[in-house]
Ligand binder design. Sequence first.
Ligand SMILES: NC(=O)c1ccc[n+]([C@@H]2O[C@H](COP(=O)([O-])OP(=O)(O)OC[C@H]3O[C@@H](n4cnc5c(N)ncnc54)[C@H](O)[C@@H]3O)[C@@H](O)[C@H]2O)c1
Ligand SMILES: O=P(O)(O)OC[C@H](O)CO
Length: 381
Amino acid sequence: MAPALEAQVPQDQESLPQNNNFLNSLNDATHRSKVTVIGSGNWGSVAAKLIASNTLRLRFFHDEVRMWVYEETLPSGEKLTDVINRTNENVKYLPGIKLGQNVVADPDLENAVRDSNMLVFVTPHQFVEGICKRLVRKIREDAEAISLVKGMEVKMEGPCMISTLISQQLGINCSVLMGANIANEIAVEKFSEATVGYRNNREVAERWVQLFYTPYFIVTAAQDVEGVELCGTLKNVVAIAAGFVDGLEMGNNTKAAIMRLGLREMKAFSKMLFPSVKDSTFFESCGVADLITTCLGGRNRKVAEAYARNGGKRSFDELEAEMLQGQKLQGVSTASEVYEVLSHRGWLELFPLFSTVHEICSGLLPPSAIVEYSEKLPRSF
Ligand SMILES: NC(=O)c1ccc[n+]([C@@H]2O[C@H](COP(=O)([O-])OP(=O)(O)OC[C@H]3O[C@@H](n4cnc5c(N)ncnc54)[C@H](O)[C@@H]3O)[C@@H](O)[C@H]2O)c1
Ligand SMILES: O=P(O)(O)OC[C@H](O)CO
């Protein structure tokens, strides 16, 4: 029998004791907060750069920022970590950008987190659970986490947001940061905005805002972790749909229609899973702004466009490897995870765009199906 796919309401987070050690350290310059970035892909590297500029500037942070690197050997035979530390550039995932001399790449996960009380998770979502398992009992008791990861997991017990997974596995509070944030643009300091989603502690949220905020990266806080995180997660499914529209050369009006229908499903799905999700969150950077930028310029859109141009004959895995060279798509697996939730809940018919995206990605429907269901929608949809 199918398990009851109840959303995993993160009760443990509601009942987590206030992290008093962390709060005390916020106002005590002698106990400077130490930051580790867990992940070093395209966005992970930019996050390290943003953070490193602030830890040098603000007295309540240690200057050094550790960045955990999933080690790999480059075609030159050198280790990626060694090259990052020698050149101050992530030559594979963010070439041409200096990270800041205070960023130290570290391939040893345990060592990278050992002294840190601010843990920034930023890896593709499929790797987070494995990383957390390796971190159990290895982190400081007063640690706080923030997730920049856009994605979700579906467990036997139900859908589980990545921030909840981190909280549950490590027993720490986890905020989120999402937004219209194409990493390569922020790397060259083009203006953008982001949203920190927090649960109940405004002071902790403010500290995360300070860690990321720069004149070209404006960060605001919203007390709606699930809403912020679901926006960042679900927009990747809509971006795949937008890519199909581009690949089939359907034009701007069709793309705008897909984005509108997608936003509608994002909001309905989020609120049906978590009734606490606020309408206002969809108007923050994490909501409509991220949806727009991803559907215009993101990697999910780009690879989905190629998939449609090839008539679905080349797999997403093949296109991802060829086009992204080690960077990872989140939209295809998220569409599958969302589909699983919709099937178990009997909601498939309520979410025709989300379900069609998954059915196209898995080869059950052709890319052209992305608009076909819309003829059957009720007029009020
Ligand atoms: N790139 C962007 O513009 C952007 C912007 C905002 C949010 N995000 C989100 O940030 C998260 C991380 O994306 P990214 O762009 O930094 O990464 P990426 O897609 O550029 O790179 C993939 C990363 O995964 C690592 N990796 C590969 N195999 C691994 C394994 N088995 N275990 C652990 N790590 C492994 C690689 O070393 C690399 O660092 C994603 O959830 C993404 O949606 C990305
Ligand atoms: O390149 P994408 O499609 O993974 O999207 C990147 C960011 O999430 C945009 O905010």
